[in-house]
Design a protein around this ligand. Structure first.
Ligand code: HEC
Length: 121
């Protein structure tokens, strides 16, 4: 009886231990590994992000907060000298943007890679 209990305990522990190996398969980790941030350019990558989630409020004759993001020069300036990155990272250094939403970690990584590369057009 006691031997059976010990055997059962060992089998049980092995099962629990193998289930534990799934712990590191976090969505976040998998996502980052599939996020391609190589060779980001404004024309190919950044303009679509900005147009679809920012330009609606931040362009035209009365852009929100006086911040216009309707052109390459304006976006580049806001990323280099403004609060663009803090606002999309939603890290508390600027108002969280886009209002009512949040960029994926991959999109934020793309923006940071673009900045690190010197904001190529
Ligand atoms: C629905 C309209 C709307 C959208 C979409 C939007 N914004 Fe804003 N944004 C505002 C308004 C209104 C303000 C001024 C009030 C505030 O700071 O919350 C603002 C302020 C800002 C500021 C200044 C923040 C500060 O703390 O001084 C930045 C930078 C900014 N937006 C960037 C962005 C970026 C980048 C996006 C796209 C990812 C975006 N916004 C999307 C309406 C919007």
């Amino acid at each position: 009886m006691a031997v059976k209990t010990i055997k059962f305990s060992i089998v049980f522990l092995v099962i629990v231990a193998s289930l534990g190996s799934c712990y590191y398969d976090k969505k976040e980790d998998l996502y980052i590994s599939t996020c391609n941030t190589a060779g980001m350019t404004y024309t190919k990558d950044i303009v679509n992000l900005v147009n679809s989630s920012c330009a609606g409020c931040h362009s035209g004759w009365a852009p929100s907060a006086g911040i216009s993001l309707g052109s390459y020069a304006e976006v580049k300036d806001c990323v280099l000298n403004g609060k663009f990155i803090g606002s999309v990272k939603q890290d508390g250094t600027a108002s969280a943007m886009p209002k009512g939403g949040k960029w994926s970690n991959c999109d934020v990584s793309k923006l940071e890679a673009w900045k690190a590369a010197g904001c190529p057009l």
